[in-house]
Design a binder for this molecule. Structure first.
Ligand SMILES: CC(C)(COP(=O)(O)OP(=O)(O)OC[C@H]1O[C@@H](n2cnc3c(N)ncnc32)[C@H](O)[C@@H]1OP(=O)(O)O)[C@@H](O)C(=O)NCCC(=O)NCCS
Length: 201
């Protein structure tokens, strides 16, 4: 498996990855994820089974950003960005957590239903640090959400002071609005925001 090129000298382009291509690129995708999030090495091994299981969920779609000396030749291109998600549903842990949070926030049932009835969960979005700040994140989201049939898209992202990081700036620029703030998922002490917007983008 080729590593992510630390010196991205080529202009990346985004492509949809089917399940087989995603499985082939899983190690590369997890390397981008661990590097972008600055997680300890080894995290990727814990995440591999979860990302693989996610790829079997209804409505799953993945998009990768590839860069290499021969644009359009996947065999010689490295993965420098990854985004995926799937159709949200009530049997999923994330859905149940957000539902609980919405109930606790005192929202009326009609509003909760409108938020959770028909959405695409944008589960992962990561760009290798050497490729960030060039609208690749935006291209990945636009490609991922293109032609989705759901009414809305939801995601969760860690709270940061003043919304001062690339993820927050990107989501705000694309019109994502607050669904829940300072929300704590079970088993994670960090506060998260749940953001969403209507589709199409
Ligand atoms: C979040 C992430 C995927 C965004 O990818 P990206 O390619 O850096 O995103 P974009 O270039 O589309 O947009 C983000 C930044 O570019 C800026 N930007 C890009 N083009 C711009 C333009 N033409 N005009 C103004 N701003 C622009 C954005 O405002 C934003 O802010 P910053 O560079 O000043 O910090 C990426 O930064 C990342 O992987 N971060 C670490 C992991 C992470 O946080 N993942 C999300 C977890 S929920």
């Amino acid at each position: 498996m080729r590593p992510v090129d630390p010196q991205i000298a080529w202009t990346p382009h985004t492509v949809e990855l089917n399940r087989e291509e995603f499985a082939k690129r899983l190690h590369e995708a997890l390397t981008v994820y661990v590097t972008a999030m600055d997680y300890p090495r080894g995290t990727e091994f814990h995440r591999a089974p979860m990302w693989t299981e996610h790829s079997t969920r209804p409505g799953w779609k993945a998009v990768g950003a590839l860069a290499g000396p021969e644009s359009g030749s996947p065999a010689v291109e490295s993965l420098v960005g990854i985004a995926y998600g799937y159709h949200g549903s009530s049997d999923q842990w994330w859905h149940q957590q957000v539902l609980h949070g919405l109930h606790r926030s005192g929202r009326p049932q009609s509003e909760i239903s409108a938020i959770l009835d028909d959405y695409f969960e944008l589960t992962e979005l990561h760009v290798h640090p050497n490729g960030q700040g060039h609208r690749l994140g935006e291209s990945l989201i636009r490609h991922l959400l293109h032609d989705r049939s759901e009414r809305s898209v939801l995601l969760s992202t860690p709270e940061v002071f003043d919304e001062d990081n690339r993820a927050w700036r990107l989501y705000r620029r694309l019109g994502f609005q607050d669904v829940l703030r300072r929300f704590r998922f079970s088993g994670d002490s960090r506060p998260f925001a749940v953001l969403g917007r209507g589709l199409p983008l």
